[in-house]
Design a protein around this ligand. Structure first.
Ligand SMILES: NC(=O)c1ccc[n+]([C@@H]2O[C@H](COP(=O)([O-])OP(=O)(O)OC[C@H]3O[C@@H](n4cnc5c(N)ncnc54)[C@H](OP(=O)(O)O)[C@@H]3O)[C@@H](O)[C@H]2O)c1
Length: 270
């Protein structure tokens, strides 16, 4: 049976690309969608290529969109909306793919508790790019053998946050593999210690914000006489996030409770 999916944020940069990917997939059906500004519109009128028999009309609220049978909610809305959306879906026994960023550790704890009590699966990931998940996995693998690393986080000039959520998450996960070995303690740096980057769980993270960059990160491992660089580059469209979201949609039925990170879904918990 085709997986019945609702996309919240269907008019957005990411949600629209994901909705298009769902419409093109043979094993799933976009049965409902949410956007406040496009409420009442058909998917076709939003520019989506849909089956001629698709009768989906965009709903103004998630409550309305979930009034019909839905197996999985995909949320690419905003930090302000995602927690309520996720809890609402879980309470109805509907699995959730959380694409929106901005949830806190406390939010995730509440989501996990409810998901377990309702026996529902939730997959949350700050970066649904499969190649970015591979780059993270390779970095964590390398850290098992190589004791010293730093991260460079590249983005366009106007990106609000620094470092990126992807770079921060990577630094936090590297610490779970081993403690990064710096040749000189940051406190012992002569000059301006800020020049050694943000210190995240022992990893120096250097954020470049310049025109000409989109979103990239590098984990650089150094040994005497050799270096290893693991690098990921994303382009300007939301296409990199579609395949990972479809992967999560196909696996969420096997999940009970919360899985965080596409790499955990692909390679298991480290
Ligand atoms: N995990 C990943 O790989 C990944 C990748 C890209 C982006 N993101 C995250 O995904 C989220 C969306 O990013 P984006 O760039 O696609 O944003 P966007 O272009 O601004 O789109 C947001 C979408 O959500 C809808 N929306 C916003 N608030 C809503 C609410 N309260 N109720 C219902 N619908 C609402 C908007 O439509 P209306 O305003 O008409 O309601 C629009 O369709 C952000 O948190 C972003 O950081 C994650």
């Amino acid at each position: 049976m085709s997986l019945r999916v609702c996309v919240a944020g269907v008019t957005g940069w990411t949600g629209k690309a994901v909705a298009q990917g769902i419409c093109a997939a043979k094993d799933m059906t976009l049965v409902s969608a949410v956007s406040r500004s496009a409420a009442g519109a058909s998917l076709k009128s939003l520019g989506l290529e849909v089956d001629t028999d698709s009768a989906v009309i965009v709903a103004a609220t998630l409550e309305e969109a979930l009034s019909q049978p839905v197996d999985v909610l995909v949320d690419f809305t905003s930090a302000a909306a995602v927690k309520d959306h996720t809890l609402l879906a879980i309470n109805k026994g509907i699995s959730v793919i959380v694409g929106s960023s901005g949830l806190t550790a406390d939010d995730f704890a509440a989501i996990e508790k409810l998901a377990i009590s309702k026996n529902v699966g939730v997959i949350a990931c700050g970066n649904f790019s499969i190649t970015a998940a591979l780059a993270k996995h390779f970095s964590l693998l390398a850290a098992e053998y190589l004791p010293s690393w730093e991260i460079i986080d590249y983005a366009g000039a106007t990106k609000m946050d620094a470092p990126s959520g992807t770079a921060r998450e990577l630094a936090e996960c590297l610490e779970t593999v081993r403690q990064n070995k710096l040749g000189r303690e940051i406190k012992d740096v002569v000059g301006d210690s800020a020049a050694r980057g943000a210190q995240i769980k022992g990893t120096p993270v250097h954020s470049l914000r310049l025109p000409g960059f989109v979103l990239s990160f590098e984990t650089i491992f150094g040994l005497p006489e050799e270096r290893l660089t693991v690098r990921h580059d994303a382009g300007t469209s939301a296409l990199p996030y579609v395949d990972g979201t479809l992967l999560a949609l196909r696996k969420v039925g096997e999940v009970k409770g919360l899985v965080r990170g596409l790499d955990q879904l692909m390679f298991g918990k480290r």
